[in-house]
Design a protein around this ligand. Structure first.
Ligand SMILES: Nc1nc2c(ncn2[C@@H]2O[C@H](COP(=O)(O)OP(=O)(O)OP(=O)(O)O)[C@@H](O)[C@H]2O)c(=O)[nH]1
Ligand SMILES: [Mg+2]
Length: 294
C-alpha cells in the first residue's frame, strides 16, 4: 500500500473551536484558545504522523467582517487556505445561532473542487435532537462530502472524523520529518502563549489592540533557565495604562500566568521580562503589521 499524505484546512467563523480541534488531534497544545472570538491571527500547522500517512492540519483565523488591516490580513490568510490545502474542513458551532460569516464561507467553497467536510462542533453543549436539523440545514446549504458531529473539547467524534479524512487522502510524500509536529518557531509559540494570557485577563477591545513580539530568548543550560524578553505593543496611552495596571499588577498577572506555561514548555525555569510599548494605530498600518508578524 502506498503512503498517503495531504493538507487539511480547518476553516470557519471565529470561536467555533478550530484551534481546540487542532490541539485535540495533535494531543498537545499548538494553538492558543480562548472564549473570545478572533483569537487565532496566523495559520498554524500541525503535522500528524502515522505509519501509513501524514496529515498536515492547517488551523486558520476565524472568518468575519473585517474592520482593520489586521483583521483583513487574518481573513485573507483564512481564505487563502482554501486554495492551499487538499481537503477543506469547515467547522461550525452546533450550540450557537448561525454565524453571519457562514454565507460568505459557503460562497468561497463553491468554486473549490476538492473534498469538503463539515464538522459540527460543540455537540456536548446541545441536546441530541438538535443535531439532525443542523445536518439537514447544512446539507441543503451545500453538498458537503461528509458532515460529522464532534466535540473538539471532549474528543467525541474526532476519531471518526480522522478516519474519514484519511480515506480521502491521496498517495503522497512525507512533507515533514517525523520529529516535526509544527512549522511554528519557538519565538512565535512564546508570543502566542503570552497573547493567550492577555485574552484571559483583559476584556473588551484590549486583547484585540495588542501584538506581542519576542526580543530575545536566551537559554542558560547550566542554570536550567530560559530568559525571555517580550514586547506587548498597544495602540494608545490609556491602553498602556490598563495593560500595566495599578502598581504593575496587571502585567505581573499576565507575566506569571505565561511564565508558568512557558516553564512546562521549556522544562526549565523561565525568566520573563514583559515591556508594554506604545505603537499608535499598528493594527491599521500595513507596514507595522508586517513588522509585528501579520
Ligand atoms: N463546550 C465546548 N466548547 C468548545 C468546544 N470546542 C471549543 N470550545 C470552546 O470554544 C471556545 C473557542 O475555541 P477556539 O478553539 O479558540 O475557537 P477558534 O475557532 O479557534 O476561534 P478563533 O481562533 O477566534 O477563530 C473556547 O472557549 C473553547 O474551549 C467543544 O467541543 N465543546
Ligand atoms: Mg483559533
Amino acid at each position: 500500500m502506498s503512503f498517503k499524505s495531504g493538507f487539511i484546512g480547518i476553516v470557519g467563523p471565529p470561536n467555533v473551536g478550530k484551534s481546540t480541534l487542532l490541539n485535540r488531534i495533535m494531543g498537545t497544545k499548538l494553538a492558543i484558545v480562548s472564549p473570545k472570538p478572533q483569537t487565532t491571527r496566523n495559520r498554524i500547522l500541525g503535522v500528524l504522523h502515522q505509519d501509513d500517512c501524514q496529515m498536515v492540519f492547517m488551523d486558520t483565523p476565524g472568518i468575519h467582517r473585517t474592520r482593520t488591516a489586521l483583521h483583513k490580513s487574518m481573513v485573507d490568510a483564512a481564505f487563502a487556505a482554501f486554495h492551499e490545502v487538499d481537503i477543506i474542513l469547515m467547522m461550525i458551532d452546533a450550540g450557537a445561532r448561525e454565524d453571519p460569516a457562514v454565507p460568505s464561507i459557503i460562497n468561497g467553497l463553491k468554486p473549490i473542487e476538492k473534498p469538503l467536510f463539515l464538522a459540527i462542533n460543540k455537540i456536548d453543549r446541545v441536546e441530541k435532537e438538535r443535531i439532525l436539523p443542523i445536518l439537514e440545514d447544512y446539507g441543503e446549504k451545500f453538498p458537503f462530502d461528509a458532515m460529522i458531529p464532534i466535540s473538539a473539547l471532549k474528543g467525541h467524534g474526532v476519531d471518526a472524523l480522522l478516519s474519514q479524512l484519511k480515506r480521502r487522502l491521496k498517495p503522497g510524500p512525507r512533507f515533514f520529518p517525523s520529529d516535526m509536529n509544527t512549522d511554528q518557531s519557538e519565538a512565535f509559540m512564546v508570543s502566542e502563549i503570552i497573547r493567550e494570557k492577555i485574552y484571559q485577563y483583559l476584556s473588551q477591545e484590549l486583547p484585540y489592540s495588542c501584538a506581542v513580539t519576542i526580543l530575545e530568548i536566551e537559554d542558560v543550560p547550566q542554570k536550567n533557565l530560559v530568559s525571555i524578553g517580550a514586547g506587548i505593543h498597544v495602540e494608545s496611552d490609556s491602553q498602556k495604562g490598563i495593560f500595566i495596571g495599578r502598581g504593575g499588577g496587571m502585567i505581573r498577572k499576565i507575566g506569571s500566568a505565561a511564565r508558568l506555561e512557558l516553564e512546562s514548555l521549556f522544562e526549565a525555569r523561565v525568566y520573563l521580562d514583559l515591556a508594554v510599548r506604545l505603537e499608535k494605530n499598528w493594527s491599521k498600518d500595513t507596514r507595522a503589521l508586517k513588522r509585528l508578524g501579520y
